[in-house]
Design a protein around this ligand. Structure first.
Ligand code: HEM
Length: 396
């Protein structure tokens, strides 16, 4: 269950809190109910985020040597920082992602999506298949992020490869050969980031000016480059795929009876790109009646919490605007709640508004496939083709 939690059937019963061993025998306490997940997230004194970026497959010495060769270090900065520096680093990042700055990117992104949708429409009109991951969703969030925070001048493909390698290295079940290859990829990019952190403008310059040491600047950029773009491109892909299977919702979007913002929230609830997130218990305690010894790793099943019948009217149905739809925990909660939520929502709204019509009259040739991972969905492709005889103007 741990590495394919999104595939677990909704109707299959699951305890509120259950101890589960992972592939290397480490036990985790999986927390399922919305109220309990929220309780953990809201109590950083009892449940710290220190293990948020720990590798779930322990790294062999060979891989650690490769990382050390690149002087790889990941000090607590954002998601895994329970220390005194967190609020200040977070405030600087939050300023860079301020809603006003995000809103200013909207016209640019809307124009770019329109251009891409026109190209994809021509492809579909010509009877060709179109990959809505590769040709629409994959790089949009990175392009927007680069404009907001100034990023190293690396090719988009290289950043995407690095980010996906990092998600695999830290959150996937792996063998030693794969770890070695991923460590080389992640280490190489870390070196690029270190150079940029020392001289770059934008967010890097802000963090330096606030007196943060080079390792912290690198750590913040590292996390942002992964969390700040890969998550959203995964979400866009999963949401478009879901919409392809929800003709009534697309019809509602066309007539204006369904609001784009409600589709985005229901998407975050039912198709979150981050399915679990971790905390570690600092003291002996009780959760949902279960003893939690200090040091226990808690796996908060965010995706399942979003389908808790105690919170949502029709947990398994994609019904934008339904009661409880917005109470998902896709962005976490409390002191470490996602600082990029406004940006992610804006990007998703622009893509839904611009690209949902593409899905009318198509058949899914290749649904997104997601590799084993504790936390991230990482869809690899989403290929559609216009059904023969369809004009694309009617929903089906
Ligand atoms: C749909 C897209 C996204 C999802 C589902 C998502 C989800 C999350 C989750 C679950 C956390 C952990 C929250 C917690 O510990 O309570 C988090 C943290 C974070 N996210 Fe996101 N995220 C998304 C997009 C973004 C974007 C676009 C950015 C920035 C450009 C971003 C930046 C961050 C940062 C910096 C943190 C750490 C915050 C802290 O520790 O203070 N995320 N995100």
């Amino acid at each position: 269950m741990l590495f394919r939690s999104w595939a677990s059937a909704v109707e299959s019963p699951w305890p509120d809190v259950a101890s589960v061993a992972d592939h290397v025998g480490v036990r985790h306490l999986v927390v399922t109910r919305h109220a309990l997940v929220r309780q953990v997230l809201a109590d950083p004194a009892t449940y710290r985020p220190d293990n948020a970026l720990d590798a779930v497959t322990p790294m062999p010495v060979t891989a650690l040597r490769v990382l050390a060769g690149h002087r790889f270090r990941l000090p607590p900065t954002l998601a895994n920082n329970s220390g005194a520096s967190h609020p200040q680093i977070r405030a600087i990042v939050a300023d860079a992602l301020h809603p006003t700055r995000v809103a200013a990117q909207r016209p640019w992104l809307t124009a770019l999506v329109r251009e891409r949708v026109a190209r994809l429409t021509a492809t579909l009109d010509a009877g060709q298949p179109a990959d809505l991951y590769a040709d629409l969703a994959a790089d949009l969030p990175l392009l927007v992020l680069a404009r907001l925070v100034e990023l190293p001048d690396a090719p988009v493909g290289a950043v995407k490869e690095f980010a996906r390698a990092a998600l695999e290295l830290f959150w996937a079940p792996l063998d030693a050969d794969r770890q070695l290859a991923l460590a080389a990829e992640v280490g190489r990019f870390h070196s690029v980031l270190r150079d940029f952190a020392a001289t770059g403008g934008g967010l890097a310059a802000e963090l330096r000016a606030a007196g943060h040491p080079p390792d912290v600047v690198v750590g913040a950029l590292f996390f942002l480059l992964v969390a700040g773009q890969e998550t959203t491109s995964q979400f866009l892909t999963l949401l478009l795929h879901r919409l392809a299977c929800e003709p009534a919702v697309r019809a509602g979007l066309r007539t204006g009876e369904v609001a784009v913002a409600d589709v985005v929230e229901e998407g975050l609830r039912l198709e979150p790109p981050i399915v679990t997130w971790r905390r570690v218990a600092t003291v002996d305690g009780l959760l949902g009646g279960q003893p939690v010894p200090a040091g226990t790793s808690l796996v908060l099943w965010l995706a399942r919490a979003g389908r808790d019948p105690a919170v949502v009217e029709s947990p398994d149905e994609f019904r934008p605007g339904q009661r409880g739809s917005r109470r998902h925990l896709a962005f976490g909660a409390g002191a470490h709640r996602c600082v990029g939520d406004v940006l992610a929502r804006m990007e998703a709204a622009v893509v839904v508004a611009g690209a949902a019509p593409l899905l009318d009259g198509v058949t899914v040739v290749r649904p997104p496939w997601c590799p084993d991972n504790l936390t991230f969905r990482m869809p690899d492709a989403f290929v559609v083709r216009r059904a023969p005889g369809s004009t694309g103007l009617t929903g089906s």
